[in-house]
Design a protein around this ligand. Sequence first.
Ligand code: ADP
Ligand code: MG
Length: 730
Amino acid sequence: MSKRTDITLAIGSSPITKRETIANVASYYGSNTFSEAVMKKMVSEKTFNGFKQWQEDGVVITEKQANEIANAMKEWAISKGATSYTHWFQPMTGLTAEKHDSFIAVNGKEQVLEKFSGSKLIQGEPDASSFPSGGIRATFEARGYTVLDPSSPAFISEVELGRTLCIPSIFISYTGEALDKKLPLLRSDAAVSKAAVNLLKVLGHESRQVFSTCGPEQEYFLIDESYYRLRTDLQLAGRTLIGAPSPKGQQLEDQYFGSIKERILNFMIEVAEECYKIGIPVTTRHNEVAPHQYEFAPIFERSNLAADHNQLLMDLMKKVARRHGLVCLLHEKPFAGINGSGKHLNWSLADDKGNNLLNPGETPEANLQFLTVLVSVIHAVYSHADLLRASVATAANEHRLGANEAPPAIMSVFLGEQLTEILDQIEKGKIKKVKKLDAVDLGLGLLPRFIKDTSDRNRTSPFAFTGQKFEFRALGSSLNISTSIAVVNTIVADSMNQLASLIRGELKKQGNFEAAVLTVLSRVIKDSRPILFEGNNYSQDWVEEAARRGLANEPSTPEALKAFINAANIDLFERHGVLSKVEMVARYHIWTEMYQKIIEIEARTLAEMVNTQVLPPAYGFQGEVANSLDMLIDYSGDKSIGIPDGAVADRKELFIDISSGILYIRKNSKEMMELLKRSESLELAEKCRVYFSELKPLMAHIRKHVDDLESKMPDEAWPLPKYKEMLFIC
Ligand code: ADP
Ligand code: MG
């Protein structure tokens, strides 16, 4: 039997010991976070208030206060069994980074003490040279610093043999440039706060602060670990580079929301427990559409926390999966021909009293405010669709956006029938006054109740209004959500500023407040109209219609990333203090280079697999067919055996088929390697262009022939776990 068959027969045999008592979540939720409540108990009132002021107004605490907090944190962490600490941050490569240091210090008497100072709490200095800076360091200083982010609590990460205190931090260069994904997010929250407070003020509402809220829905695949170990492509590229479709895929759609297999549910339960310990509020878990595809969703939080928590969730999912003999695949398209995995970014804005600005209100004023915020978001998406597209542009997500099995890379906004009708009426000037009960009634019922209760859905829309939040659905499953949030916040801030100044101008012309606001809304709706689309985003009609409307549809990652170096966009980000030109160019450079490297790794992995795993058994089979053909030819001379007519021709056909498959695989692989070689001297942007337009199609071509071979070769001779196994056996 082949290794593959052995594995398949052994799957599912590792038993889990049943627990008799299960702790209730409230008894341990957040037990591994240094929460405000814990801090409050452990430090003086003055220091605690100082810390709160730092969080809320950005007034950094004194050295003495920092020492006090560091000491408390150390005591707390040691009481939890931690021996080391690390500043935990999110470099521009999309992973998270940590450099552990122990608490120990040696005093003069050769005694070991456990120490942690305020300065070490607030600032760390990892070796920045190991992280890409996109040229920032070439022009500035080589050093990079991690600096504590007071808005995200420290937590303890656990493995069997030890615990580590993790301090969420930002990562900056010596001159203050953001070397990470978190600082731009924090700056964008400040920008959107400023703009929203200003807009609310124009609308007659005072608020101190506004912040963005997020709830990312995380999709993923699980497969048995033993299959994973036999798949070089999954290990090196995160996705299958070859693999014939399974006769049963997702056609029956019998997996979605179906009963969850026990083995998977055990995994989900453990992930949730690990999450609860460090205060990640995961709440929803279910099967997704594709076989072996699942989803986790948390209760929404402030964006910054949501972003940290999503990074941690992904990390925990991978770690916990291994404990269950499973591998968690976060790649956007691990399997061809069935759905990929995304991450729906639910986004809204809330004021300091916790009021959701996208919640249709109960009063005329609230309705007017809701509509103004809503229209600001629509205008932002219309004006900066290129930036939204760029924020989700990665080599992996390219298989989801604009590829042949996936939604197009066109940004559009879905509002639902009722809201669309209301905006239509406002645009036409038919609504003159937003009244408490009937102004936006339109015979359809009250706006507030109406929208809350109708869960109008369009699952194909990349940017959908879903009741009291927008859902940005184009994010890939492995993406760090920070960049998309930073983009949404920044573009919304800009549109809010524009709407605020238009409303102010209109107010000068016409005294009636509501009429002035509605006039502005009408104008902005008219301008942004092309971005509104209620139909099926996956249809060819929409691709054509969008082109007529002048909406961008950029399938290529490197092309999409160019939005980050477009002069108007640089100006926009600089204006809002979110990213400087240097920081944007750095990001463009790093992300384009990552694209190049990923495609190269994939191409080389494919070549190696073809040469060492696909072709050798194919030659063997080719030989067997040749032998049997010889035999048939020999025997056909002997009329007494009675070989049927056509048998020789049929075997010849198979021989030719296998032989030509082998030939094309080899020919295209050689061409692929030559193309890689030829591209070596090209500059980055041109290399990426060639990879997108020539290398990737070549890879697809090789795959087609390999997959064809897979479906004809003897099962026993095929060494790679097949789709029908990886996706169905568990
Ligand atoms: P769906 O029907 O789209 O699955 P849910 O109500 O289950 O919607 O919410 C999906 C995600 O949206 C959850 O993570 C939820 O916490 C989040 N969410 C809900 N309200 C908000 C909000 N105001 N801001 C940000 N995210 C939100
Ligand atoms: Mg959703």
